[in-house]
Design a protein around this ligand. Structure first.
Ligand code: FUB
Length: 331
């Protein structure tokens, strides 16, 4: 009898240990057990080099727009002729669509499918792009338009929206790059852009004409790549800071400033001298989208790769510094 009791007691103890262990494992399983694939979600696009991400949340999807880095391995500058578009319902799985827009779609442009952003208004999608102008010296901003977020897009105005001769604060001819756009709650649209000098202007409701003067914003060590977004009652202006680039940001209660500098948001992106961010909220979570040179053996400053990591805000509205990961988004 005593032996039987001991045997039953020992069996019960072993079973309960097993249960605890197995409960621990199943809790982990509920949280989606990582596997070899889910540990390397960054970069999110592995079969092409992609740079300068911009993202649009529309209905239940995220649309990711990026420039196609086509520089051969022995070429140390940008070679970019077209933009690409991808979509996702969960930020983990991305579907590539047909090439939606090329430099050659702008008859007045000659090269350089640099940074861009798409926004939706009244069911139309407006794509603000950087290109080199064919007739006016320097970089310029054009506008593409489409009835679908995946395109195809066509030139919305048949000429540039912004040309280098419209901005005179600096003598460089590449200060009219990297457009970012916001439609405020009252319906007023704003375009921000710049290199060395951060410019901004109102847009008319047709989204294809400036509405008023081009103004400038003073930001510490502003290099390029402004990204304007709003969350709750704060406006955020993030941008590439110094060179090689980190991402810094400023906040304001008004889109017209004053902007208060809040510090570094993201560190150097490894072996890429640019970092170029987009910031979105999707299905209740915040994301920081950027590029690095992670795709090896030839990735780097001119063969870049888009990555995504989570972004977190503090209670006072400031943003926590981004932690760039190889895992990326795994759920
Ligand atoms: O892709 C060309 C340029 O590199 C972009 O316009 C800048 O923002 C930088 O990422």
């Amino acid at each position: 009898m005593k032996n039987l009791f001991l045997a039953l007691f020992t069996f019960a103890m072993l079973s309960s240990c097993k249960t605890i262990k197995s409960n621990g494992n199943s809790a982990y399983a509920n949280d989606k057990k990582p596997n070899a694939t889910s540990l390397i979600n960054n970069p999110i696009i592995k079969d092409k080099y992609t740079g300068d991400p911009a993202a649009l949340v529309y209905k239940d999807k995220v649309y990711l727009y990026a420039g196609h880095d086509e520089a051969p391995n022995d070429f140390n500058f940008y070679k970019m002729n077209e933009w690409l578009v991808y979509s996702s319902s969960d930020m983990v799985h991305w579907e590539e669509h047909s090439v939606p827009l090329k430099v050659t779609d702008f008859a007045w442009a000659k090269s350089d499918a640099w940074a861009s952003q798409v926004i939706e208004r009244n069911g139309k999608f407006y794509w603000y792009v950087t290109v080199s102008h064919g007739a006016i010296n320097g970089k310029a901003i054009g506008v593409g338009v489409s009835d679908s977020p995946t395109g195809p897009f066509k030139d919305a105005i048949g000429k540039a929206l912004v040309t280098n001769d419209m901005t005179t604060q600096t003598t460089i001819d590449w200060d009219d790059i990297d457009p970012t756009v916001l439609i405020d709650d009252d319906g007023q649209a704003y375009l921000f852009w710049g290199n060395t000098v951060c410019h901004y202007a109102k847009l008319k409701s047709n989204m294809t004409e400036l509405d008023g003067p081009i103004q400038t914003i003073s930001l510490p060590s502003f290099t390029e790549a402004p990204w304007i977004h709003k969350k709750n009652d704060w406006y955020y202006l993030s941008y590439a800071y110094q060179f090689p680039e980190k991402i810094a940001y400023a906040m304001s209660k008004s889109i017209n400033g004053p902007w208060e500098y809040k510090g570094i948001l993201n560190e150097l992106a490894g072996n890429s001298n640019t970092n170029h961010q987009a910031i979105i909220e999707f299905k209740g979570k915040d994301y920081f989208i950027y590029h690095n040179g992670a795709t090896q053996p030839n990735g780097g400053s001119f063969r870049r790769s888009v990555c995504v990591d989570r972004l977190y805000y503090n209670k006072d509205g400031t943003m926590k510094r981004v932690i760039m990961t190889s895992e990326g988004i795994t759920y």
